[in-house]
Write a protein of this length. Structure first.
Ligand code: NI
Length: 195
């Protein structure tokens, strides 16, 4: 178990494009993946990209709480009802992820980032996208994400291109200290993405 410290906005590794992983099954990648899991659990986020722990490779870890999944990308309603739970996306590793928007529609939503502590902002993101990547066994993954799931993927993949969420904002008046955002008393704020 190795909890790595999380780099903060301004560090050069957060500003550069990360390199593709050539061998997902290499021992260094297994170590990186374990460190991502340990560091994300310690920090209490729902996503973490390798550059945030100082490794400039195209690997992300993310999860989506069940109540944040829209019906269209959750398990079928009757199945989740039968189970009595709302299933989210469990902690998932994507290697060399590629995103393709499936719509031109962008929605605004609150985001925060472990690399930009203390702040929150409203960020426009594509509502729906296709994601392609490799899993930890090097096998291809191909899926669709909508809403909050799509937002998390865009935030994480931006980290691989040296982009932090404030750089995607179109109205910087909505970049604020988290303490001020809480005063807006919006359920959206308390549910904001944090990674
Ligand atoms: Ni982040």
């Amino acid at each position: 178990m190795a909890i790595q410290s999380i780099l903060r906005m301004g560090h050069p590794i957060l500003r550069r494009r990360a390199d593709p992983v050539s061998n997902p099954k290499a021992i260094e990648i297994s170590t990186l993946i374990q460190d991502l899991h340990d560091s994300m659990a310690a920090a209490g986020g729902i996503g973490l990209a390798a550059p945030q722990i100082g490794v400039p490779l195209r690997v992300i870890l993310y999860s989506v709480p069940g109540h944040r999944l829209t019906a269209s990308n959750s398990v079928p309603q009757q199945d989740s009802a039968a189970l009595g739970v709302s299933l989210g996306v469990p902690p998932t590793i994507l290697i060399n992820p590629e995103l393709t928007p499936l719509t031109e529609i962008k929605l605004e939503g609150w985001e925060a980032c472990l690399s930009v502590p203390g702040l929150m902002g409203r960020v426009p993101r594509y509502e729906s996208l296709r994601f392609q990547a490799l899993n930890t066994d090097g096998q291809p993954i191909d899926g669709e994400a909508h809403g909050f799931h799509a937002r998390v993927l865009q935030h994480e993949c931006d980290h691989l291109d040296g982009i932090l969420y404030p750089q995607q904002m179109t109205d910087l008046r909505w970049l604020m200290f988290a303490e001020e955002a809480q005063k807006l008393n919006s359920p959206e704020v308390t549910e904001a993405l944090k990674d």
